[in-house]
Design a protein around this ligand. Structure first.
Ligand SMILES: [Zn+2]
Ligand SMILES: [Zn+2]
Length: 132
């Protein structure tokens, strides 16, 4: 029997705050080891749910657990790699936020444009009427 609210080994806790990563909780799994218990929730990743939703179409965004970060750091030049990865991650998240922002603007612009076209069409119709 599967009861709600009971500990479920299929529902891992966030490695930072310990909250359970259920379907309602946005979270990223460690991209390196893909361990089933290495998750970090969107809250701890400091990303909004809006951005998190956008992440689904942005597969290159990843997170690494502390074990993996440590392992990568041990390697020569690993630190640079991690820093570069973090920078890329932040760039992606920033870019994503911008894109989400733009989505709204683009919609507004399209609305404006279609209104403009309608208006121009009306003017053209009037002109045609006036010409005949
Ligand atoms: Zn958390
Ligand atoms: Zn890992």
């Amino acid at each position: 029997m599967h009861e709600k609210g009971k500990f479920d080994p299929n529902v891992p806790p966030c490695t930072r705050c310990g909250c359970f990563i259920t379907d309602d909780v946005g979270a990223l799994q460690c991209d390196r080891c893909k361990a089933t218990d290495k998750w970090k929730c969107a809250d701890c990743l400091c990303i909004s749910l809006e951005v998190y939703d956008g992440l689904e179409e942005c597969k290159e965004i990843c997170w690494m657990c502390s074990d993996c970060t440590g392992k990568v750091l041990e390697k020569k030049g690993g630190k640079d790699k991690v820093l570069a990865m973090l920078e890329k991650l932040m760039d992606k998240i920033c870019g994503l936020e911008e894109r989400l922002q733009q989505k709204v603007d683009v919609k507004k612009w399209e609305e404006l444009e279609s209104n403009m076209n309608k208006w121009l069409q009306q003017k053209a119709d009037l002109k045609m009427l006036g010409g005949t």
